[in-house]
Ligand binder design. Structure first.
Ligand code: G6P
Length: 463
């Protein structure tokens, strides 16, 4: 029986994602569980709290596995429960490190240097087989545990193959996929072997609908499907926004207040250019420091008058390309400091540990926030910054970030490959008169506050 859109918002829900809402670590012998951050968790968790949704995720560490085993498959922490699937480490690493992070992420973000990479060998095809295997483990768990007529919200590039397997067993389920990253258009998609790409596109077409943060990625997806002759795929656009209430709670925390004092100390009353990112190739961190270098070169008046405070926290450190990039980022920051630093002024302070309250503190006090990704599905920082900033901070935003489509009227457009232009934009943002700064910052905040994570969730449930 066909179910109407309104009705589906009342159905039980199953969420499937690689990373679950809770994760565990070991403190000696003790398991310590905590809730994850970010928009995805804050958008979806209310459903779990209401008891309407079951969350299925991978147990991605031995501590996660232990927590799952102790709870007979279900782990609980911080008032939240999730079914964590135990997967053999070798298989998990092929699925997560090799395929999800080193292949699909690179394809969708256009990160390969095609003169060298990728190069598909039998190891890669074995890894693809294990990616398929993990997808089928998720499919089996969904088939087994989803309540009748549930809506299944399947999240991201880790889980693209499972829909046909679910459909074969459970035609009562409504399957919605949400792709958080960009999607490669036909030209970028040719970098994946045709068989793998076809398998992925067939898998995605097996959903009732596939969602993206912005129109560019959904039209890329449709164009890539069309290339394979699939003209009839259903897509939707639903942008995620920052979770203001939870940001405000963090902003008021003791940790954030003391981090703010430390950052202000570091700035020593100077203007602040900031960035808050994972240590991640697509974020374009090296070009950001190069641009700052050029800014100081062309603007002697800014020497000693501005600092670049950058928090770049660890990400996917198992992937060799990420480890190499981290090194390049450290070197790029050092180049600026060696060239321009004085006894009383360190131009760049780069903080590489994971400290969320400090990141929020930095977002509260920047004068200019640089968000210059090569490509980004959305970039939540571009929204979180304007939401919490207290200094009428300006947003220098890459035209390749999904968030650009919403924020372009009030942000300053950055072309991520053009460091000279990026430098000029940073200078323009710093020079702007107070009145216009306030106008733009207010406009940014208004746009960001138009949506909440709950709106994004509802958009998925209405498909
Ligand atoms: C970013 C991306 C998401 C992705 C997530 C996975 O947040 O925007 O699309 O799902 O990374 O990160 P992880 O640390 O789990 O590899």
């Amino acid at each position: 029986m066909a179910r109407g859109k309104q009705e589906r918002t009342e159905q039980p829900v199953v969420i499937a994602s690689n990373r679950g809402p809770i994760s565990f670590s070991l403190d000696g012998e003790d398991l310590v569980g905590r809730r994850g951050g970010g928009g995805l968790v804050s958008g979806l968790v209310p459903l779990v709290e209401e008891g309407r949704a079951t969350w299925i995720a991978a147990a991605s560490s031995t501590a996660d596995q232990q927590a799952a085993e102790e709870g007979d498959g279900i782990a609980t922490a911080d008032g939240l429960s999730a079914r964590l699937l135990t997967i053999k480490p070798r298989i998990y690493s092929d699925y997560y490190d090799v395929i999800s992070n080193s292949t699909l992420w690179f394809v969708h973000h256009g990160l390969f240097d095609l003169t060298r990479d990728p190069s598909y060998d039998t190891d890669w095809w074995d890894a693809w087989g294990n990616y398929r295997k993990v997808n089928s483990t998720f499919a089996t768990a969904i088939v087994e545990h989803a309540p009748r007529n549930a809506t299944v919200l399947i999240q991201d590039y880790h889980l693209t193959l499972l829909a046909p397997d679910i459909r074969a067993e459970r035609d009562d389920l409504h399957l919605v996929h949400f792709h958080h990253t960009p999607f490669a258009g036909p030209d970028g998609a040719r970098v994946l072997p045709p068989n793998a790409m076809q398998e992925m596109l067939r898998g995605l077409a097996g959903h009732d609908a596939c969602g993206f943060h912005t129109g560019t990625w959904s039209s890329n997806y449709r164009a890539t499907q069309r290339r394979l002759g699939n003209r009839d795929v259903s897509t939707f656009e639903a942008t995620l926004s920052s979770d203001l209430a939870s940001l405000q709670r963090t902003a008021e925390s003791d940790e954030c207040i003391s981090a703010r004092a430390e950052l202000e100390d570091l700035a020593g009353g100077r203007r602040i250019i900031a960035r808050v990112d994972r240590m991640e190739l697509s974020k374009n961190i090296v070009r950001g420091f190069d641009a700052f270098n050029r800014l100081l070169e062309s603007r002697p008046d800014l020497r000693g008058a501005v600092v670049f405070l950058a928090t770049c926290y660890p990400s996917r450190e198992n992937v060799p390309a990420y480890a190499r990039y981290r090194q390049e980022v450290l070197e790029a920051a050092e180049v600026v400091n060696d060239r321009w630093g004085t006894g009383s002024w360190t131009p760049v302070s780069l903080m590489t540990d994971d400290d969320f309250p400090r990141s929020v503190a930095l977002l509260m006090i920047y004068d200019v926030l640089l968000v210059n990704p090569i490509r980004d599905g959305l970039n939540l920082v571009a929204k979180e910054g304007p939401a919490v900033n207290q200094r009428h901070g300006q947003l220098a935003l890459s035209d390749q970030a999904g968030a650009f489509a919403e924020l372009e009227d009030a942000a300053d457009e950055v072309f991520p490959f053009d460091v000279a232009q990026t430098a000029e934009v940073l200078g323009r943002c710093l020079d702007r008169e107070a009145e216009e700064r306030e106008f733009r910052a207010t406009q940014l905040r208004e746009i960001v506050n138009q949506r909440t994570p709950a709106d994004w969730l509802r958009d998925q449930l209405m498909q």
